[in-house]
Design a protein around this ligand. Structure first.
Ligand SMILES: Cc1cc2nc3c(=O)[nH]c(=O)nc-3n(C[C@H](O)[C@H](O)[C@H](O)COP(=O)(O)OP(=O)(O)OC[C@H]3O[C@@H](n4cnc5c(N)ncnc54)[C@H](O)[C@@H]3O)c2cc1C
Ligand code: SF4
Length: 322
């Protein structure tokens, strides 16, 4: 069996969900394919035991490392993708990130576009994801206008620390946060279980809440959950994608379209391109470089923790200052 749409978007996370929202009003017939289901709204959303010990919302898939050893990936298959679990700290890349950038291990080559090309899209995305922040405190910040919403105020303990850091000549700044009406009636309650937890109130700016739900209001937009793209099918020349084979309800069916958006996450997208190898592309699609699926780098973080033996930090919402 095969069905046809104008556009098929594979994956409903930060990338695919945002794309679906951007295209939803064009009148094009759009199908969003999502291998997972909706995250249920339930008590367990905010249970550290369920989220961290029982891994209630994580995939049970096992991936293989470069030595062929199985490991449990830290990823979630659901409507909204990993944005359901993110800390909603929505930074822009820095201007320098787009140029040749020297690191300890070598040079990260320049992007084909610069920051200025992307800046208007960052503006749109920050409005869509309702980002709260302040301009001017962070010396690494690229040129930009004001945030759409004022920063989330510091707790009293944090204000104290921020002042002390400033007196030392440092530049602490509020994190840019995507939250819906923080501290206001019906909005985000600034609880202690945000980063890595799904929001029981749907007050976190994630791709389901800000994008997919909105996109689905259009009669031309359809979402299939529990629908996994297995491979992209190309024409005889191998240069045009004609369809995608989808596993859904135990069956495989082909969906055809004029345009396909592969937005399955960094690993999932690479896997799909590699799984789509055919006679014209024996190493997978878009892989003439041989680099698809290689040199993956998860984000790096340096953390410092300070403990005071006699003072308790009463701050509830922790996700605040850089
Ligand atoms: C705990 C946590 C905290 C984070 N905090 C932040 C933060 O504060 N700020 C920030 O910027 N980033 C943060 N991130 C990272 C951020 O969530 C990801 O960078 C972002 O979600 C990637 O978007 P994506 O669309 O590429 O992939 P995803 O959001 O992962 O979406 C991919 C979607 O594709 C689906 N999919 C995969 N394969 C297939 C297939 N074959 N067929 C159909 N569907 C498929 C998946 O189920 C998933 O829904 C965090 C991540 C985690 C896990
Ligand atoms: S209520 Fe606010 S702080 Fe708590 S999980 Fe939801 S968005 Fe995060």
């Amino acid at each position: 069996m095969s069905v046809a749409y104008d556009i098929v978007i594979i994956g409903s996370g930060a990338g695919g969900g945002t794309m679906a929202h951007a295209l939803s009003a064009t009148g094009a017939r759009i199908l969003i394919l999502e291998r997972g289901d909706f995250v249920p709204r339930e008590e367990e959303n905010w249970s550290p035991d369920e989220v961290w010990r029982q891994l209630r919302y994580r995939t049970t898939d096992r991936w293989l490392d470069e030595q062929g050893r199985e490991f449990a990936p830290y990823t979630h298959y659901c409507v909204g993708g990993n944005s359901k679990f993110w800390g909603s700290v929505l930074f822009r890349l820095r201007r320098e990130d787009f140029h040749d950038l020297e690191h300890l291990d070598g040079v990260s080559p320049a992007w084909p576009i610069d920051y200025e090309t992307l800046a208007p899209y960052y503006d749109r995305a920050e409005r869509l994801y309702q980002v709260h922040g302040a301009v001017g405190d962070d010396p690494t910040e690229p040129p930009r206008g004001p945030y759409p919403h004022a920063p989330v105020p510091h707790s009293s303990e944090m204000s104290d620390i921020v002042e002390k850091l400033r007196r030392q000549g440092l530049h602490p700044s509020p994190l840019p946060l995507g939250l819906l009406s923080p501290g206001e009636p019906g909005g985000c309650i600034l609880c202690s279980t945000c980063n890595s937890f799904p929001c029981k109130l749907h007050a976190k700016s994630d791709a389901e809440v800000c994008c997919v739900k909105e996109a689905l209001r259009q009669p031309t937009v359809t979402l299939w959950t529990n629908a996994r793209a297995e491979r992209l099918v190309t024409d005889g020349t191998g240069r045009r994608v004609l369809g995608v084979d989808v596993e859904r309800h135990g069956e495989t069916l082909r969906v055809e379209a004029g345009l396909f958006v592969v937005s399955c996450g960094a690993v999932g997208s690479a896997a799909l391109l590699l799984q789509s190898a055919d006679g014209a592309h024996p190493n997978g699609l878009a892989n003439s470089s041989g680099l698809v699926g290689r040199r993956y780098m998860a984000h790096q973080a340096t953390m410092m923790e300070g403990f005071h033996p006699f003072r308790k930090n009463q701050t509830v919402f922790q996700n605040k200052t850089k």
